[in-house]
Design a protein around this ligand. Structure first.
Ligand code: PMP
Ligand code: GLU
Length: 397
């Protein structure tokens, strides 16, 4: 038989998704697994949103709609962007998508020509480089450090720009590091983007999960609105991971490109999910702000327990719901069976196999020194995860 698509063969599957799928499968098989793998709020979708989804189905609002999604939902998203982010969008600039991941896909589909360089600060969310490659682009990683709070500096950005640079990806607050750019830091980076006539893909899905630092959208800074594609959605803010609903907000010409792709690829995200998203926007942010406060107590709890195990202070992330911690002092040690731990993948594999703890290796995010724990889980789950981590690492020699 003839070979399959080389372009598709050459990209890696999502490791976060693979770990989440494996943990859920092992649990279903009756194995004793504690998972802080996937970034998925453990709370249910709020009732009013569920009811809106159910009502859409019972009222037969289950037909095809326009590729960009329902007008009233896009208008509601515009209102959200105005009220919360101070940004003026028209409904014609909003495209509803099947989750924020799909909005990432759309953004690169609209922007990338083969050979275009896309700057991605590392650590990065697993999906960006693979989709950039899938579209024939070249990911250019800017390595950040824990000492810098995992933030790209103006100099880092300037050093990475070449004549082939087309796009800069921001994920603010960042998955996995939890870094949140201060408005002043963002403004300085934005200036470089504008001066170099680049596009910006700004993934703002964790915007509400900030623990002190003020979140400002990348599109707010001078000259940025016309070159920024915002990615956002309801998966995290409204506990709607399985509904698969998110959106792009973009300059009109780009929104049109995205609509074209969407009309050929998926037509539009699920119609009942769009009605549920409308309820989410209309419901406001009370639920996510409560969740954020709860998550901060969970961050403190897990961080304290891991600090005790590792015997060192850890950084308190300013946003998202992950602890991304350096553990390279454990590399070079051996498991009780004598296998060497050479990096984050070995360590996470060992923890899953020996103590049934699922977490994500930093290698998945382009930073092998670290491992990622999601703290979107109950206190009891966090305590049990920390106990297992402690046991696992104490047994390394
Ligand atoms: N962006 C980031 C940074 C994420 O962590 C996630 C998590 N899934 C997504 C996008 C995708 O979200 P969704 O589930 O809405 O596709
Ligand atoms: N974004 C979440 C994570 O990083 C969910 C899995 C995924 O889509 O990558 O764990």
């Amino acid at each position: 038989m003839k070979s399959l698509s080389k372009r598709t063969e050459d990209i890696a599957p999502s490791m976060t998704v693979a770990i989440d799928t494996l943990a859920k499968q092992l649990k279903a098989e009756g194995k004793d697994i504690v998972s802080l793998g996937a970034g998925e709020p453990d709370l249910p979708t709020p009732d009013a949103i569920k009811q809106a989804g159910i009502a859409a189905i019972t009222e037969n609002k289950t037909r095809y709609v326009a590729p960009v999604g329902l007008q009233n939902v896009r208008e509601a998203v515009c209102k959200k962007l105005k009220d919360e982010n101070g940004l003026n969008y028209n409904a014609s600039q909003i495209v509803l998508t099947s989750g924020a991941k799909h909005a990432v896909f759309n953004s690169f589909a609209a922007l990338i020509n083969p050979g275009d360089e896309v700057i991605i600060p590392a650590p990065y969310w697993v999906t960006y480089p693979e989709l950039v490659r899938w579209f024939g682009g070249v990911p250019v990683f800017v390595k950040t450090t824990v000492e810098n709070g995992f933030k790209m500096t103006v100099q880092d950005l300037k050093d990475a720009i070449t004549p082939k640079t087309k796009v800069v990806v921001f994920n603010n607050p960042c998955n996995p590091s939890g870094a949140v750019y201060e408005p002043g830091e963002m403004e300085a980076l934005a200036k470089v983007i504008v001066e170099n006539d680049l596009y910006c893909v700004s993934d703002e899905i964790y915007e509400h999960f900030t623990y002190g630092t003020k979140f400002v959208s990348a599109a707010s800074f001078p000259g940025m609105y016309e070159r920024t594609i915002i990615i956002n959605g309801f998966s995290k803010s409204h506990c709607m991971t399985g509904w698969r609903i998110g959106y792009n907000a973009a300059p009109e010409a780009i929104a049109k490109m995205i609509s074209k792709v969407q009309s050929q690829a998926i037509h539009h995200p699920s119609t009942p999910a769009q009605y549920a998203a409308l309820a989410a926007v209309e419901n406001g942010n009370e639920c996510v702000l409560k969740m954020r406060d709860l998550f901060k107590t969970r961050q403190d709890l897990l961080k304290g327990m891991l600090e005790e195990s590792l015997g060192k202070k850890l950084r308190a992330p300013e946003g998202a719901f992950y602890l991304f911690i350096p553990v390279n002092e454990l590399y070079g040690k051996h498991t009780p069976e004598g296998k060497a731990i050479t990096g984050s993948i070995d360590l996470c594999t060992y923890l899953l196999e020996s103590v049934g703890l699922a977490i994500v290796p930093g290698a998945a995010f382009g930073m092998d020194d670290c491992i990622r724990f999601s703290y979107a889980a109950s206190d009891d789950t966090l305590k049990e995860a920390a106990r297992r981590f402690d046991k696992g690492i104490k047994e390394l020699k």
